[in-house]
Design a protein around this ligand. Structure first.
Ligand code: DC
Length: 219
């Protein structure tokens, strides 16, 4: 069974997807981690993000692996564990350079489908319902007011000692929303057959309970 979840940053989809996977005994797929992993590689070798040929060559030489174990999701690039490094602001700021490229998306879609083969999964990202798993058993689209999403992101940054002014977080989220929803390939879109959940006034537990009910009600 495949449960596909899309939504903007801070909508609560990662927490919900992890919680759902745990409750249902499914495997969690964090598709954003794959885009983060390749961005980390490009950043660490110093490829110019405007150099598409250089990025294509690098992509063909890069091995990205996602491991789900008792330690949670771990991300490896060419065998190096980059689970923590891919969350750094320098990576988040540069993802759009690679996530907008069609050849990068093609490789990630293949990796994501290969990862899911033969498993029960909860997959979250921006194009899970639209491109990667259009035949998913259950599609979900999550959103929340931008002020609430910024609050969540801000407290996450504080935990990692990367906190900046909340107004900067709002600006950063608006810019990411715009980029994610207007890019040419696989933009973030709400499909009509997705269950829509506004999480503005819900906590993590509340979100998971609603989603479990909805999944059980589905044919
Ligand atoms: O979910 P996240 O914040 O870790 O995702 C980081 C970026 O990766 C996000 O700004 C857009 C991109 N992304 C994407 O283009 N497609 C996905 N399926 C997941 C993430």
């Amino acid at each position: 069974m495949i449960i596909a979840i899309d939504g903007p940053a801070g909508s609560g989809k990662s927490t919900a997807a992890k919680g759902l996977a745990e409750r249902l005994g499914f495997t969690y797929l964090d598709s954003g981690a794959m885009y983060r992993a390749f961005t980390w590689k490009a950043h660490s070798v110093g490829v110019d993000f405007g150099d598409k040929e250089g990025l294509l060559k690098l992509l063909n030489e890069t091995n990205i692996r996602i491991d789900c174990s008792a330690n949670g999701t771990e991300v490896f690039v060419d065998g190096i564990n980059v689970t923590k490094e891919i969350r750094q602001p320098s990576i988040t700021e540069n993802i759009h350079h690679v996530s907008s490229l069609e050849f990068v998306r093609k490789k990630m879609v293949k990796l994501q489908r290969d990862f899911a083969r033969g498993k029960d999964i909860v997959a979250e990202g921006r194009d899970m319902c639209t491109v990667v798993f259009p035949d998913a058993d259950k599609k979900i689209y999550m959103d929340a007011d931008i002020s609430e999403r910024a609050k969540r992101r801000h407290s996450e940054l504080k935990t990692n000692n990367d906190a900046s002014d909340i107004n900067n977080v709002v600006d950063d989220l608006s810019q990411r929303d715009h980029r994610d929803s207007t890019r040419q390939f696989a933009p973030l879109k709400r499909v009509p057959d997705a269950f829509y959940l506004d999480t503005t006034n819900l906590n993590a537990e509340g979100v998971v309970s609603i989603l479990i009910k909805e999944i059980k009600l589905s044919p």
